[in-house]
Each structure stands twice: as C-alpha cells, then as structure tokens.
Design a protein around this ligand. Structure first.
Ligand SMILES: [Zn+2]
Ligand SMILES: [Zn+2]
Length: 423
C-alpha cells in the first residue's frame, strides 16, 4: 500500500517530464502568439460551482466528482473540468469590467474524475485549455478552434479535422428538445438506463451515448441545426465562413453535443484523422449562459479543453515527441577527499555561469565516477586530484570524442562556457 500509488493516478518521471516541458513550451508559444494570458485557479472549488454549471444530468456531476467535506464541514470538489473555475475567477476578480474579450489559458492543470481506469484515462489527468469571455463574434469561435490546430501543426501533426455543430440557445433549444423527445419516446424500451434518465433530464445527452444499442437510434434523430433560431443560424453561418477563410477543414456533425449542459450554439471537436473511433484530441464549445448562471451580467464565452496525457500519447504514437536532451554538461570527478572543497566550488561557479554541472557524492573510485559520468550522460569530465591542484590545471575530457587536454583551473569555467556555446 505504502509503495503503490492510488488507482488511476500516474507518476511522471524526469525523462517523461522533460518531454512534457518541451510540449508545454510549444503550447505557451502558441498562446502567446494568439494573445491569451495564463490563469491558474485552485485545485478545489465549492461543490456547488460544478453542480450549477456542468449540469445535474451529466455523468461528471452524477457519478464522477471527487467531492468531500473539509474539516470545516463545507462541501468541496476537486476540479473535474476547467471552464467553471475560470468563469468564477473572471467574475470574482473583476475581469469582466476591463476590455473585452478576455482571452485566457490554463496549462497542465490537474483534473479529477472518478472514472473506471483504462488505457490513457486517469482519475487525475492534466489539461491544457483556453477560454474567451465577453464576445459573441463568430470570428472568436473560429480563432479558438484554430488555436489547437496551430498547436498540433507546430507539433508536426497536420492530418486534422474538425467536427462542428450548433446546439442552439435557450430560445430555440426547447423546440429541438421537444422534437428529440418525440423521436426517442417510442424507442425508450430499446435504450439503456442512462438514456432513459437522460430522456427526462436532458435528451440532448442521449446523442452522446456510447452504448451500441442506443447509437443506432440516434442516426435518424432530428438535427439541432434544423431547429436554430435566426440569431443562432446566422452565428453558425458566420463561423463556417470564418473557418473557411482560415483554411480550417470541418464537417458538420449533427449528433455532436459534448459533455456539459452549459453549452450553447457552437460545439466542436478537433480530431486526428488516423486514430479510429476514439480520435478526438480536444473539444469544447460556447457557453453564453454560464456567466449569468453564476450571478454575472449576461456574457458570452467559449472554450476548449485538451487532455495532456492523450496529446503525449498521440505524439508518441506518431513518433512526434519533441527531442529532449538528457544529462548534464560537466561532471567533476575527484581523486580523494582533500580535493572535494575545490570540486564543490568549481561546480558552484559552473552553475552560476549557467552551465549544468554535477559532482560525485558517493566517495566512489575515479574509475566508477567516470563510468557514472558516461551513463549520466555528461558531455565533459573534469578530473581533479591533489596533483592537479598543485600545478593549477586539470584534464578536461570530451566524452564524445574521448579527447583530453589540460586546462588551467582559473580558465575552466570560461573554457567550458565557450565549448558549450559551440556545441
Ligand atoms: Zn437560438
Ligand atoms: Zn444509452
């Protein structure tokens, strides 16, 4: 028990963490180029925030939340998704009072869902997501959809598609929901228990059912795009035009509804075309009623979330993981304890000069230190002994070429800085 992590969690070890960092750096670059600022919200929030926003009928709220009472008797929930906390922070910190729209992103943010663990699905997973608040312009939708596409392009993935749908607004949705109920009512006996609950709570969710028996009943279901009011229809047409302007390939997918009740108008998924059925890399949608739901003035918003584990998995699968360098630049090997103070000072000076350096801490023989430096791997080794200290210079070995030469001790840092700059 003590040496086993909880089910559905993962340890990210240094080699893998280095790859995450490389991907994160590319993500930060894209967000900077698109004008999005980073936001970091707490890991837990008042439970009510997610109950109010995600919707009582969603799987997340019904069975997947990590909810508990803290020692003060308050109900808190580990963040299951990124949008509601960002909207809460937008209101709480007065971002709604400044220039609009406000464009935000969050990165490698832990999310918690009590799901059955399976390949690539974790109870604690990490997301990159972006949210734009304060604009109803369909050009904003087009920009937000093109952001993950640009990211994936920079990561070397070009074979992407977008599934797009509009699920309307509070004006036109009731007409569509009524049509859905009419369609599913005579088929209820054929549907799974979840879908029968969804039929009562939110029939839109029925289009999302992964159950094989339910899936065939949604083929002939009415399409939300046929029930849009004038405003929603214009918005959808505007978005389609802008996506075409930006060269984003998309298909309209009438059964796409996404997982949360707060979505209005635009919903979308970006998928990699070679991944088969479970192929969405990221997804999101517009949530024009969410700010009001949390007590703010009516304010439109749109966002997406992208699972980091999934992204890394896809990149690995395609051989597109960023190359990262392991190891260190300089290893200072010591012959005898009496030179240790000098070695520690040298390593300090190298590090101060921004040169990654390390030293032996095990009191190992020179031979095993050199072996260790090789496996680190180190690029250069400096060998310090009392003879070297006495004559004021030490051998510097290039582990790549196996060349070795003496360098004056007071020139070592500068010499290594020059070598490193040339590498
Ligand atoms: Zn509408
Ligand atoms: Zn079902």
């Amino acid at each position: 028990m003590l040496t086993r992590r909880p089910r559905g969690t993962n340890d990210i070890l240094p080699d893998e963490a280095a790859r995450w960092q490389a991907v994160e750096e590319i993500i930060r670059g894209v967000c900077r180029d698109f004008g999005y600022g980073e936001i970091r919200t707490p890991v837990f929030e008042h439970t009510e925030l997610f109950q109010r926003t995600a919707g009582e009928s969603t799987d997340v709220v019904r069975k997947e939340m990590y909810t508990f009472q803290d020692r003060g008797g308050r109900s808190v929930t580990l963040r299951p998704e990124g949008t509601a906390p960002v909207v809460r922070a937008y209101l709480e910190n007065g971002l709604h009072a400044g220039p609009q729209p406000v464009k935000l992103y969050y990165l490698t943010t832990p999310m918690f869902r009590y799901e059955r663990p399976q390949a690539g699905r974790y109870r604690q997973h990490h997301q990159f997501g972006a949210e734009v608040l304060g604009s109803l312009d369909p050009a904003v939708d087009a920009e937000l959809i093109s952001l993950p596409i640009e990211l994936l392009r920079r990561l070397g993935i070009e074979d992407l598609g977008v599934r797009l749908n509009s699920i309307g607004c509070p004006n036109c949705r009731p007409g569509y929901v009524a049509a859905l109920r009419e369609h599913f009512r005579p088929r209820l006996d054929d549907l799974c228990a979840d879908c029968r609950t969804r039929f009562e709570l939110n029939p839109l969710r029925m289009l999302d059912c992964k159950n094989e028996g339910c899936r065939r009943h949604k083929e002939a279901a009415p399409r939300s795009v046929d029930y849009l009011c004038g405003e929603c229809a214009d918005h959808f047409q505007g978005l389609r035009t802008y996506l075409e302007t930006l060269g984003v390939r998309y298909t309209v997918e009438p059964t796409l509804v996404r997982g949360f009740d707060y979505y209005t108008k635009t919903v979308f998924e970006v998928f990699y075309t070679d991944l088969g059925a479970q192929d969405a890399v990221c997804g999101g949608g517009r949530y024009d009623g969410l700010v009001e739901e949390l007590g703010g003035k009516p304010t439109p918003g749109i966002g997406f979330g992208l699972g980091m584990e999934r992204l890394l998995y896809v990149l690995a699968d395609l051989g597109r993981l960023p190359q990262v360098e392991r190891g260190i630049t300089v290893f200072v090997a010591t012959a005898g304890d009496d030179v240790k103070p000098e070695a520690l000072r040298l390593v300090r000076d190298l590090r101060r000069a921004g040169i990654p350096a390390d030293v032996d801490y095990g009191g190992r023989s020179l031979k095993s230190q050199l072996k260790f430096a090789d496996r680190y791997p180190a690029r250069y080794v400096v060998i310090l002994g009392s003879d070297e200290l006495a004559r004021g210079s030490a051998p510097l070995r290039d582990l790549r070429t196996a060349e070795q030469r003496d360098v004056p001790l007071d020139r070592l840092v500068q010499e290594l800085a020059e070598l490193r700059a040339r590498d």
